[in-house]
Ligand binder design. Structure first.
Ligand SMILES: [Mn+2]
Length: 334
């Protein structure tokens, strides 16, 4: 990000009246935090905000300031807005327009201006203004520069959402994307009144009994390839029925990375349309963002996601094959 992009972003926000917000499919803590922080930032500056996301934010994040507002009037389906009415469309945490979760044709975005705020290394710089930095730990970290420029840096509600994106995308400040800048941003957020213990308790101690039982079933399904470098787990609708759990499985993929020998972990969770949602995690030898992209998804080097259709065992075999190729290439480069 450079200073002129930041000042252009601030002008877009200062001068516009109607704003649309959208983020990537299967929203995570960074997309949820950045969407909610942006919504509050726009409300505080007297703007009209249209929530274009057609997938709800997982209820794991229902403690975040602004959450209850998001399902009040989502502009999806019959309630769809003409994008031409927007002064500015803000796209958060998404490397391109085709990955966002909304009800529009991604090739045709008639908003007067598009503001792209993201930290994916493969961001396609599709905005009229791009606040994009692949070295940033999270999208909320980048958004906070705009928030501070608008003199809202001390707003505790906004800061709570910003902190949540920062904390979840860095794995509670444990992944390799945790930088001095992440800690400096975190320090400013705590100065703004963020209650770290409150957020951590909600993010990490949010289990219900059925959710823990479902995790137990998923953990019991763990398997690996021959050398144990690739591990995977499966969650099925039958398991859900057994334990009566229908909520989010976000974060569950991380558990398989606790296996010392694992270089890549995958979690396959059955979804309603006969396919499976796949979460990928990598120790870094393989870029799972590229693997996911080859299967129509996307993400980062160490955490990514995609969906597969059809037979599960052949889907697993296809992904294992692709990752084994990546691991061999990684070893050859090392
Ligand atoms: Mn992110």
């Amino acid at each position: 990000m450079n200073e002129s992009a930041l000042s252009r972003a601030v002008s877009l926000i200062s001068e516009g009246a109607k704003f649309g917000l959208v983020s990537h499919v299967d929203p995570d803590g960074d997309s949820a935090g950045s969407m909610l922080a942006a919504m509050l930032m726009l409300h505080r500056t007297g703007k009209e905000v249209f929530w274009l996301q057609n997938q709800p934010i997982p209820d794991l994040y229902n403690f975040l300031p602004g959450y209850s507002h998001t399902d009040a009037q989502p502009r999806t389906g019959e309630n769809r807005l003409d994008l031409g009415e927007l002064d500015c469309l803000i796209v958060l945490d998404s490397p391109n327009i085709s990955r966002v979760a909304w009800d529009y044709d991604s090739n045709d975005v008639p908003a007067k201006a598009v503001l792209n705020i993201d930290h994916h290394k493969d961001n396609e710089l599709f905005g009229d203004v791009n606040i994009v930095d692949g070295a940033a730990s999270s999208t909320t970290e980048l958004l906070y520069s705009i928030v501070e420029s608008l003199e809202l840096g001390n707003d505790t509600d906004i800061a709570t959402n910003i902190y949540t994106g920062l904390s979840t995308d860095t794995g509670s400040f444990s992944f390799s994307n945790t930088t001095p800048r992440s800690y400096r941003t975190a320090a400013r957020l705590v100065e703004a009144g963020v209650d770290v213990a409150f957020i951590t308790r909600h993010l990490q101690c949010d289990f219900t009994l059925p959710r823990l039982a479902f995790l137990g079933r998923i953990l019991s399904s763990v398997q690996s390839n021959d050398d144990g470098s690739i591990v995977w787990m499966v969650g099925t609708d039958d398991m859900r029925r057994d334990v009566d759990f229908w909520g989010s499985t976000e974060q569950f993929a991380n558990y398989a990375m606790r296996i010392r020998a694992a270089k890549v972990a995958m979690l396959f969770v059955q979804n309603g349309d006969g396919g499976h949602k796949v979460s990928l995690r990598s120790r870094g030898q393989v870029d799972v963002g590229l693997v996911a992209k080859a299967f129509g998804g996307g993400g980062h080097k160490r955490a990514a996601g995609c969906r597969i259709q059809g037979d599960l065992s052949s889907g697993i075999a296809d992904l294992v094959r692709e990752i084994e190729i990546g691991l061999k290439q990684g070893l050859a480069q090392a």
